[in-house]
Design a protein around this ligand. Structure first.
Ligand SMILES: Nc1ncnc2c1ncn2[C@@H]1O[C@H](COP(=O)(O)OP(=O)(O)O)[C@@H](O)[C@H]1O
Ligand SMILES: [Mg+2]
Length: 167
């Protein structure tokens, strides 16, 4: 996987080129091999960027009970593992008013046993965990261009080896 190191303050980061939706799913499946129970992934990107597509691949890789869909009517959905591993907690923070509301969901118990993915979570979900993986999905300005660039930053000691793991 192509990527480059960032000169961050204790942060580990890479940029990954994602040519199409299938590649985004594959990135999710790849990340499934790196995460464990208690991990938090914060996904940022505009509508249609590919946050849910990524989460579907992650869920596939984790072997959770699907389907993973955009949580339109529920703010958070818990997908149990079908393979005795961590489950997936999928949160759509878009409609949340702020961190207090996310806290109100009382996800703490589930979070410990699951990998948690928050869509649209920038500036919101960070309070859930000091260590987290932040992914910012950007697309080209041209209409119809399927390529995305995913910036992946590992924050905290948990992700100290991220750049090497993703190589
Ligand atoms: N490179 C790509 N990565 C992710 N999705 C892509 C890509 N190219 C095209 N798509 C399409 O864009 C849409 C992304 O939708 P979705 O994952 O629901 O976005 P979000 O959750 O960010 O709103 C899907 O229809 C997907 O097939
Ligand atoms: Mg979505």
């Amino acid at each position: 996987m192509p990527g480059r190191r960032s000169a961050g303050k204790g942060e580990q980061g890479v940029d990954v080129k994602v040519p199409d939706a299938e590649a985004m799913q594959a990135l999710g499946e790849r990340l499934a091999g790196l995460v464990r129970a208690g991990d938090l992934i914060v996904l940022t990107g505009d509508l249609g960027a590919g946050k849910t597509t990524f989460t579907q691949g992650l869920g596939e890789g984790l072997g959770i009970r699907g389907p993973v869909t955009s949580p339109t009517f529920v703010i958070a959905r818990v997908h149990p593992s079908l393979v005795g591993g961590p489950g997936l907690v999928h949160v759509d923070a878009y409609r949340l008013g702020g961190f207090a509301e996310l806290d109100d969901l009382d996800l703490d118990a589930s979070l410990e046993e699951s990998v948690t993915v928050v869509e649209w979570g920038e500036g919101l979900a960070e309070g859930l965990a000091e260590d987290r993986l932040e992914m910012i999905i950007s697309r080209k300005a041209e209409e119809g261009d399927e390529e995305r660039v995913v910036r992946i930053d590992g924050i905290g000691g948990r992700w100290a080896g991220l750049a090497d793991d993703l190589r």
